[in-house]
Design a protein around this ligand. Structure first.
Ligand code: ADP
Ligand code: ASP
Ligand code: MG
Length: 410
């Protein structure tokens, strides 16, 4: 019997009516003859509200306790979803990450999945139940409750779909697919019918919050198609699949904005072999995720300024780590600018097209937006801009590549 994983995001579960709607959709899929596993997020903005509550108690809450708190959001929605299915006359069972046996490493607030046990799910499915799993959470080998990072219910869903060999993993959300840009910021953005894992991975990493990056990594690795669609309609959304011929035809297929960034600058770093290695080993040891790194050498080669971007949420911890490093390694100073965003243009066609970077810089210059840093990879060009310029930068790059006109994603 075919197995389907359906994931419902917070906005699709914001109130009782929406939970009933999601339950009806799940029941329909079950009645069509499929085994069904649901992954749910916390209702509406519940996770944000829990974070606000934590911050009202402490400016720097212990991460273990933050995880303990945040996982309650999903525990509420699994129970309510199971009740909604039961009220409609069908059998369902809710399971937390710990009950299921979703084992992660011990990095609280950003844990990575290590193993998933399918034994309990298989047993419940064999009994004809719809199985409802709490997204975003797991348990470490020592029995501690962990979370997988903001937006990571997608990752729970994709990982389960991979382990269970699902035909498809449906991601139900408040947009009807993946667009050429966040439609909330760029009203002219267009829906993409089909997008490759690689392209979606880069879009997500560049800030397209519609999908959690690690979800795409799982889906790609195990060849699970992802279908991003609206929980309010039955229309087809965006299929995220392996790259097919023709996808390279267009240089830029989408643009994305990452708003919550901080730029960390290490001033007057002794330019000697091993220094960069020590700096980034220490940063990595604290599980601080580094985005882009830029180094400029000066003083006839004796010193360098080294900058990297990280999420604004990590700024405080990064400052502590870097200040300690500055003392040990004889670095001149540490500056952190929390007022920056990153705008990126993404397209697998960039591998074969030229002039993309020039067109992007030109668009920003026309809009009189200053570029504070540039980084490029095979299929992405990114610019750091002032936070207040971010949305306008996104719109002007979207315009420059005529993404509202081109048949993007094909
Ligand atoms: P959920 O609660 O369902 O997980 P999210 O808020 O995480 O929903 O993701 C959906 C949101 O992602 C949309 O409302 C949209 O504003 C945003 N988004 C960002 N980039 C894109 C994009 N390229 N295409 C579609 N939506 C995007
Ligand atoms: N509830 C979690 C969050 O808001 C996980 C998710 O929604 O995917 O980040
Ligand atoms: Mg999401």
């Amino acid at each position: 019997m075919a197995l389907l994983v359906q994931k419902f995001g917070g906005t699709s579960l914001a109130n009782a009516e929406k939970i009933h709607r999601a339950a009806r959709r799940a029941i329909r899929a079950k009645l069509e003859g499929r085994k069904l596993v649901l992954v749910v997020s916390a209702m509406g903005h519940a996770t944000d509200e829990l974070i606000t509550l934590a911050k009202a108690i402490s400016s720097d809450p212990p991460k273990r306790e933050l995880d303990m708190l945040l996982t309650t959001g999903e525990q509420v929605s699994i129970a309510l979803m199971a009740m909604a299915i039961d009220a409609a006359g069908h059998e369902a069972i809710s399971l937390t990450g710990a009950q299921l046996g979703l084992v992660t490493d011990s990095s609280h607030t950003r844990a990575r999945i290590q193993t998933i046990s399918r034994e309990r799910i298989d047993r419940e499915l064999a009994n004809g139940k719809i199985v409802i799993i709490a997204g975003f959470q797991g348990i470490d080998p020592g029995g501690e409750i962990t979370t997988l990072g903001r937006g990571a219910s997608d990752t729970t869903a994709a990982a389960l779909a991979a382990v269970l060999g699902a035909d498809v993993c449906e991601i139900y959300t408040d947009v009807d697919g993946v667009y050429t840009a966040d439609p909330r910021i760029v009203p002219k953005a267009r829906k993409i019918e089909e997008i490759s894992y690689d392209m979606m991975l880069e879009m997500a990493a560049a800030g397209a919050g519609v999908m959690h990056s690690r979800a795409i990594e799982f889906a790609k690795k195990f060849g699970v198609p992802l279908h991003v669609r609206s929980s309010m309609t039955d229309s087809k959304g965006t299929m995220i699949v392996a790259e097919t011929a023709g996808m390279e035809a267009i240089a830029v297929q989408g643009v994305a904005l990452k708003e919550d960034l901080a730029m960390v600058s290490l001033i007057a770093v002794p330019n000697k072999p091993g220094v960069a290695a020590r700096i980034f080993a220490e940063v990595a040891r604290h599980n601080i995720i580094v985005d882009d790194i830029v180094q400029n050498i000066y003083d006839g080669g004796s010193h360098a300024n080294l900058s990297f971007s990280t999420s604004a949420g990590e700024a405080r911890e990064t400052r502590h780590v870097c200040e300690r490093l500055a003392t040990t390694l004889g670095i001149g100073g540490v500056e952190i600018d929390e007022g920056v965003s990153k705008v990126s243009a993404v397209g697998i066609g960039m591998r074969t097209h030229t002039g993309v970077a020039a067109a992007m810089f030109e668009a920003l210059s026309h809009a009189e937006i200053n570029i504070e840093n540039i980084s490029t990879s095979e299929i992405v060009i990114s610019c750091i801009v002032r936070r207040e310029d971010g949305p306008r930068a996104l719109r002007c790059i979207h315009d420059a590549f005529k993404l509202d006109e081109v048949a993007a994603g094909k």
